[in-house]
Each structure stands twice: as structure tokens, then as C-alpha cells.
Design a protein around this ligand. Structure first.
Ligand SMILES: [Zn+2]
Length: 301
């Protein structure tokens, strides 16, 4: 009993040390931070569920959060275009993870995949040759980000340094298992045709041997011209049975027009992890759900 008490008191004492305020721009980075801070502290996030990092507008409360955070992590100027202006006046450590050594970065159009459906009304840069900033959908990159967070946290909070390092080690080990589970989950769907509305999944696809057939890249609010819709429908007709994935929370109105009367299944892929809870295993759930949502639709074709 007394041993329990000692452990309990020790736990409280350690918890009281959780003074490092970690802030991330988007939820996937928050999930990685939550794994590293597990048992010590809880990271905060700027973007609310359903918001897009490409076209977010900061609220006054967000600006206060940015100023107050001890450590801030964001993807970089190719993703959160709304951040550089407020970061300019921030004096504390700020990490654009796209610039970390060891990151495996991709550029759009690298592997000659077709961009013939592209329009210029998408809300961020997906032009061939530009950096694909959806880099968090690779477990290799997540490990790099987690390692940086662990060393930053250890420096800011030496009392918990061993805990951060232990959490990092566990995270790395779980990534091995995760990669195996996802590979297994998607083995049956390799080569099956599917389309996406937002070219956000190339890192995930490259890691697990998948490839989308095409992109209907149109901003969700804009209804494209009749000619463009006809061209996209023609592409779907040629392919036959297929899945078309939009991103929650909004299904583009175009989705229904585009697929009416065709053997197409509409489904969703969530690159940001939407409304999932934040905890040490949240990042794994994000990737695993992408695999099972892809497989879930494509297996039914
Ligand atoms: Zn995007």
C-alpha cells in the first residue's frame, strides 16, 4: 500500500513538471507530439477539426496561442501559408518540419502521373515540381518529427528527458508494427483504380505500394464548367468500376454530378484525422484508417 502511495506521489510530482507548452499547426503533428509527451503533458493545436491548413485564417485566440507556446511545430510555408506573418514576431523555438534533416520529401509530378484534370482554382500549390507538403502521411517522416520533438522537449524539460526518449523509442517500435499492418491491409487492392479530389495522399501511397488513377482537383466551393465535368466523367467511364474519395467534412457538390449513373462508389479519406481523440496512438490510427478506408471501398468493386 505504501509503495502505491509513493508511486502516486511520484506521479503527481512528475505531472507538475509538465510546463512545456507545445503547439502544433495541424492535428497529425499534435498526435505525434502527444506520443512523445505521453505521461508528461498534452500538446495543443491551432486548426480546429474540419479546417483546411491550406486556407485557414487565424483568429485572435490563435495568435495568442502562438505567442504563448514554448515549442511550435508546423509543416512549413508550402502548407500553412497563414503562419509566417505571425511567426515573424515570435521569439521562441519554432520548427518547420519540412526543413528537418532526414525528411523524405516528394515533389508533385515526380513519377509522371497524370495532371490532365488539374485546374488552377485549387486553394494551394499542387503544380508539377512544387513540394508536396502533405509529408506527415509517411511513417518515416513521422519518426524524424518525433525525434526532433523528443530532443527539443528534453532540452526544455530535462527532468523528464528519459521519459521523452522512452516514449520516442516506443513510438519508433510501434511504427514498425504499423507499417506491417497497413501493408497487409492493402495487399488486395494494389492496382485497383481510384480517384481523389485532393492530391494529399502521395506519401502514403508511395509507402504502401498504391497509386491513384487520377485527381479531380477542384476547390469544393466552385462548380467547374460543363466541359470540364464532361471530361472528368469520360475518364470515369473509361475506367469502369472505381472509387472516388473526397475529404471530410465536405463532399464537393461536384461528386454527385460527376458520378451519377456510373458504377462509382463515393467514399472519404481523411488526411488530417478529423475528430479523433488525441493520444499516444492517434498518429497510428490516422494512417491505419487511411489504409482501411481505401481497402474498404476498393474491395467492394
Ligand atoms: Zn493539399
Amino acid at each position: 500500500m505504501s509503495r502505491f502511495l509513493v508511486l502516486f506521489v511520484a506521479f503527481i510530482a512528475f505531472s507538475a513538471h509538465a510546463d512545456v507548452r507545445v503547439l502544433t499547426s495541424i492535428k497529425p503533428l499534435q498526435q505525434i507530439a502527444a506520443a512523445v509527451q505521453d505521461g508528461v503533458g498534452s500538446p495543443d493545436v491551432l486548426l480546429p477539426p474540419g479546417a483546411s491548413p491550406h486556407n485557414y485564417a487565424l483568429r485572435p485566440s490563435d495568435v495568442r496561442k502562438v505567442a504563448a507556446a514554448d515549442l511550435l511545430y508546423w509543416i512549413g510555408p508550402d502548407m500553412e501559408g497563414f503562419l509566417p506573418r505571425v511567426l515573424a514576431s515570435r521569439g521562441k523555438p519554432t520548427v518547420a518540419v519540412q526543413s528537418l534533416a532526414g525528411m523524405q520529401l516528394r515533389h508533385f509530378g515526380e513519377d509522371s502521373h497524370s495532371h490532365e484534370q488539374d485546374q488552377d482554382d485549387h486553394d494551394h500549390d499542387h503544380r508539377p515540381g512544387s513540394l508536396d507538403a502533405h509529408l506527415w502521411l509517411s511513417s518515416v517522416n513521422a519518426r524524424v518529427i518525433a525525434a526532433k520533438m523528443a530532443s527539443d522537449l528534453a532540452a526544455a524539460d530535462p527532468a523528464n528527458a528519459t521519459r521523452y526518449q522512452a516514449n520516442l523509442k516506443q513510438f519508433d517500435e510501434r511504427m514498425d508494427g504499423l507499417d506491417q499492418r497497413i501493408k497487409q491491409r492493402v495487399t488486395g487492392i494494389a492496382g485497383k483504380p481510384y480517384f481523389v479530389f485532393h492530391e494529399a495522399f502521395d506519401y502514403f501511397e508511395a509507402a504502401y505500394g498504391l497509386k491513384h488513377t487520377g485527381v479531380f482537383s477542384v476547390a469544393s466551393e466552385v462548380q467547374p464548367g460543363a466541359q470540364h465535368v464532361a471530361a472528368m466523367r469520360k475518364r470515369l467511364q473509361e475506367v469502369g468500376k472505381t472509387c472516388v474519395f473526397s475529404e471530410p467534412p465536405l463532399r464537393p457538390r461536384l461528386a454527385e454530378t460527376l458520378t451519377a449513373g456510373l458504377p462509382v462508389r463515393l467514399a472519404e479519406l481523411d488526411a488530417l484525422g478529423g475528430t479523433d481523440t488525441v493520444d499516444a496512438k492517434g498518429y497510428e490510427r490516422l494512417l491505419e484508417k487511411l489504409g482501411s478506408d481505401l481497402a474498404g471501398c476498393l474491395e467492394q468493386l
